[in-house]
Ligand binder design. Structure first.
Ligand code: C2E
Ligand code: CA
Ligand code: CA
Ligand code: CA
Length: 279
């Protein structure tokens, strides 16, 4: 680190400037992106582990900016969270997912639950539950068709308030799942403190399940714990047949990942639903 120390420091600060500049540019472009119709949702299959059948779907936000081209969520979501724009963006996601669910009614995808990602800011908004209720009602949807994915951070940030919000969501029939489980703040106490339906086991653990005994036992333990707490389990980032088999054998209820299906436009999902489980 001594050699060329100044150079490294310089490089580091250039990189920081570049990142800050990046964020500013993204922030600017985000401000009119909703009005410009630059967002859409893709849907990724969450399959039943045993049958391979479509269980539910996760909606994932996609942005194609007129000025920046395609920007992945990992780059623009943090910027939208910093500016607070995530609340408006999250409302758009909720509206769009409900619009899609309503379109699917009466067809092969009727009854398939749509799961959307919800950020801490949205949940902290006092009007959030009312917004969910009004959006469902406007599209004539039962709450049972909607699931909200929260990260562990959300639960810690504002414990008591979040608990009430989750209770009210439950009375609407809306499910709640804990996303990226195992990567966050790893206090297990909120698994019993909050009304959760589902745990999503993070891709980081699933990735190594075939080759690392530690990952394997960890996932095994998470699944056992989930079972004993009456929670549904989803494994994220399932990329190989080997992983899928191990997870199914361990009793994981649902599988999500490129091995099953990539996130795709709504029409692709109709194809998935129509295909026979064996093929
Ligand atoms: P996430 O909620 O954990 O979503 C799963 C991410 O993993 C998605 O990335 C998905 O495309 C990717 N993925 C799925 N299967 C596989 C696999 O087998 N292998 C690998 N390597 N990746 C897989 P994506 O769409 O780029 O989204 C990244 C993150 O951005 C999401 O992570 C979520 O935290 C956030 N995000 C996406 N859409 C929204 C949204 O509407 N609202 C909010 N607040 N956040 C969102
Ligand atoms: Ca998610
Ligand atoms: Ca996740
Ligand atoms: Ca993630």
């Amino acid at each position: 680190a001594k050699k060329g120390g100044r150079g490294e420091l310089r490089f580091f600060s250039d990189a920081m400037n570049a990142a800050a500049h990046d964020a500013l540019v993204i922030d600017g472009a985000l401000r009119h992106a909703i009005a410009a119709g630059e967002f859409r949702l893709e849907y990724q299959v969450i399959a039943e582990a045993g049958s391979g059948r479509l269980g539910k779907v996760e909606a994932l936000l996609r942005w194609r900016s007129a000025t920046l081209g395609t920007v992945p969520p990992d780059r623009f979501i943090p910027v939208a969270e910093d500016s607070g724009l995530i609340v408006e963006l999250g409302s758009w996601v909720l509206e769009e997912a409900c619009r899609q669910a309503a379109l699917w009614r009466g067809g092969p995808l009727d009854g398939v639950r749509i799961s959307i990602n919800v950020s801490a800011w949205q949940l902290a908004d006092p009007g959030f539950v009312a917004l969910v209720e009004a959006t469902l009602a406007r599209h004539g949807l039962p709450g049972a068709l909607l699931e909200l994915e929260l990260t562990e951070r959300v639960l810690i940030d504002d414990g008591p308030n979040v608990r009430t919000v989750l209770e009210r969501l439950r009375t609407l029939g809306v499910s709640v799942s804990l996303d990226d489980f195992g990567t966050g703040y790893s206090s297990l106490s909120y698994l019993t403190q909050f009304q959760l339906n589902t745990l999503k086991i993070d891709r980081a653990f699933v990735m190594d399940i075939e080759h690392s005994a530690r990952s394997n036992s960890l996932v095994h333990a998470i699944i056992a714990m989930g079972h004993s707490l009456g929670l549904q389990l989803v494994a994220e980032g399932v990329e190989t047949d080997g992983q899928a088999r191990i997870l199914a054998r361990m009793g994981c209820h649902y599988l999500q990942g490129f091995h099953i299906a990539r996130p795709a436009a709504p029409d692709q999902l109709l194809l998935f639903a129509a295909r026979r489980p064996e093929t």
